[in-house]
Design a protein around this ligand. Sequence first.
Ligand code: SF4
Ligand code: SF4
Ligand code: SF4
Ligand code: FES
Length: 964
Amino acid sequence: MRSIAENDLGTPARESAKQVTLIIDGRSVSVPEGTSVMRAAALADLKIPKLCATDQLEAFGSCRLCLVQIEGMKGYPASCTTPVAEGMKVTTQNGKLAQLRRGVMELYISDHPLDCLTCPANGHCELQDMAGAVGLREVRYGYEGDNHVHKYVPGKGEANPRFVAKDESNPYFTFDPSKCIVCSRCVRACDEQQGTLALTIQGRGFDSKVSASVAESFLESECVSCGACVQACPTATLTEKSVIAKGQAEHSEITTCAYCGVGCSFRAEMRGEEIIRMVPNKDGHANHGHSCVKGRFAIGYATHKDRITKPMIRAKISDPWREVSWDDAIAYAASEFKRIQGQYGRDSVGAITSSRCTNEEVYVVQKLVRAAFGNNNVDTCARVCHSPTGYGLKQTLGESAGTQTFDSVMKADVIMVIGANPTDGHPVFASQMKRRLRQGARLIVADPRRIDLVRTPHIEAAHHLSLRPGTNVALINSIAHVVVTEGFVNEDFVRARCDLASFDKWRIFVSQERHSPEAMQDVTGVPAAEVRAAARLFASVPNAAIYYGLGVTEHSQGSTMVMGIANLAMATGNVGREGVGVNPLRGQNNVQGSCDMGSFPHELPGYRHVSDDVARGAFEAEWNVKLSPEQGLRIPNMFEAALDGEFKGLYVQGEDIAQSDPNTQHVTASLSAMECIVVQDLFLNETAKFAHVFLPGSSFLEKDGTFTNAERRISRVRKVMSPKSGVGEWEATQKLANALGYPMNYTHPSEIMDEIARLTPTFHGVSFDKIDRLGSVQWPCNDAAPEGTPLMHVDAFVRGKGRFLVTEYVPTTEKVNAKYPLILTTGRILSQYNVGAQTRRTENLAWHSEDRMEIHPHDAEVRGVVEGDWVGVTSRAGDTVMRAHLTDRVQAGVVYTTFHHPFSGANVITTDNSDWATNCPEYKVTAVEVTRVSQPSEWQKRYREFSDRQQELLRAAVTDVSVK
Ligand code: SF4
Ligand code: SF4
Ligand code: SF4
Ligand code: FES
């Protein structure tokens, strides 16, 4: 069903330096070579009827509605499959063409239910549009006889043994085969855009039917619910349930997804302030009209009944909540922070910013800490994910960010994916990557687990380096050893672009025999021959790109591994052009932005150290306040200081540290030791159960601002509905600053961005107006690059010469032994997102309603564990219970779980170990034992009791107010 605001040009754009000029209906049109006649006509505002074509998919040429006449060409070629040619003369409308098109439409319409008035697509159906466009007035064939309708429409079809009912199994869309015109757009969308190949056309003639492969229903099939087929369908065959329930939208607004670091652009289609559906924006620079199940469908949380929309306070966490006015809540929080600072000192309070919030919201929180609290105790959830990326890339390349655009992958010859699971974590980018792999690029996967990319339809990794968790650095050193000792170093690149003294030192280091694949195979568990072959493949192609994720960073040597990756890219000359680069797949929607905005306790916005007098001076002048040059506390330091009685007040915006941070018992003990915790969130999350002030947050649909994705791309978030609490996050932070005695007087988030631009060299050229004009901007955006910087380090590294760093492998102290013989590693799943606060409040539960423990069948057998058993998982930090799932995706000796459900307590088991440079937790390596059990763990029992009590206290607050 077509989008309410997008124009469809029929076939995809072509890129070519050569322009071709032709005449269409007397108009001269110039387009790039390879463009279809249909697209050329559409660009000249000449609409040719079409059904099977759409500009999101390659032309198929099946419906024959788009016939045209071309001078000198026999017959009536399909304009969607005919490429333009120089001097071509095309006629798109005449009597004969009209007659042919009407004939085609008659056949379609005679095989259609024609229940237009009650059809959810009414007014937005392309079949309906085309019947009108060709001037259809009669259907000579009648509606009887064998056809699709009789098989699929209840009342007509039940008697027919071939009757097929609607498939309503997917929580978000229906499949009504009676309306299907078998145009195959859905099948092609699933193949070309999504790359899942879940659909097929079965049968022939009137028996032909779209089918979710071999499965009975969409829900049981390979379908990952990306919705590409729904968007592609020209009729109501595949329709969003929200459209069926609510009717069509009236207006739309472009905004950015608030889930992952891909940063997909969406058109929120609305009626009044109600969302009807989210349609991926074809002009979105990160997603080009594609999406995943979360961004397109999982938005129900925004209007979920659990949303808390009134501020609340309480003196103790055992007290019921009291709903109060915004002014009272802010006044209470400010008085508490002042009291605590008066009693325990200036450094006894701090804040945690959120990577789910906008740049502007993050910026004002760190400003509040530095200017109103008067310290630098601000940190962010990047601490627990990509802080090693910031550190490692800054040290080697000179900038704490990825080097490429997503589109760059389309020029890669070899793609190396290390410690990332793009099909689950960054699905839209994974689809693009899979497209490139289907074109012939080779794939190397380094991951302890057999992620989907290793083998997926039409794709098989050339090498899966299934290493033992915790041995990344040993592996990267052995790959580098092959590069250096087998003559694969790009000497010209290194000589021209890199610091030679550091290179020589590194070359000598990795050349040592102790780093060879043969010497390392007992450590990594990867056969030496496999490592050698992968290294040779990586180093021998023109363009090799590295993509990595939290499987790299969340280790005791996370920063070392990031440097190892940068070393490898530099040594092989794979930096500074398209198709190459070092590409951290940043987790959350704005984790890049939250780091850019100065969320770290040692860095001002733009990654300038707080001790840098010049940078600090600029902020002092603009903010009119003296700033501390002393580095503040990181999140783990805040917890330690709380337990030591020195840290007593915390403002947490949009971050659920009680669930997301490792060693839950330690975190909750720290939170319990504080005297004033202010939580700003949509829901009473796990952290809020320890809070004294609750400030209601707003969803991304309720705010204006910007997010910065994994490509450094700054995109607009636009308000499509009013904040349910009446106050946006930045306004609440501003109120708090004012109540603390530091004046803040922004009237719109664009003013905050203007201030960021004034103070941050890489953002000097950024403004809301510019982003609105260009669609998005990749930083650095300044006088040197007024429209942004898609590729970094093109002629020189940001730091000048690229610096190689020696990456000695130091095994983690988290060892397996007889008591804890297995290694637990953790990760995400497609349908849920991080702590699940949002996705657990959507229909996505249909796919993942609980976290499970993946265990190798051999490990399960020796423990007497069978599929679905409850198992206790015990580590040195704690124990929990979850259900077992037997699979050989994990290697023997390794178990794996997700962490989306608080009751699973995945982080009750993870330890306090962390990266040596950044304190990023070592989530990926925890020694555990797994045993069959029959009841929840002690922690889970306590958790349930505490949570039930907190819910009671929340209900008491609501009751109090309604009585008043
Ligand atoms: S929703 Fe996506 S994965 Fe599922 S069938 Fe449609 S295109 Fe394929
Ligand atoms: S379901 Fe829709 S897109 Fe797929 S073949 Fe039928 S009409 Fe075409
Ligand atoms: S890939 Fe990421 S940004 Fe895109 S729709 Fe999915 S969750 Fe949103
Ligand atoms: S639109 Fe060209 S053949 Fe269908």
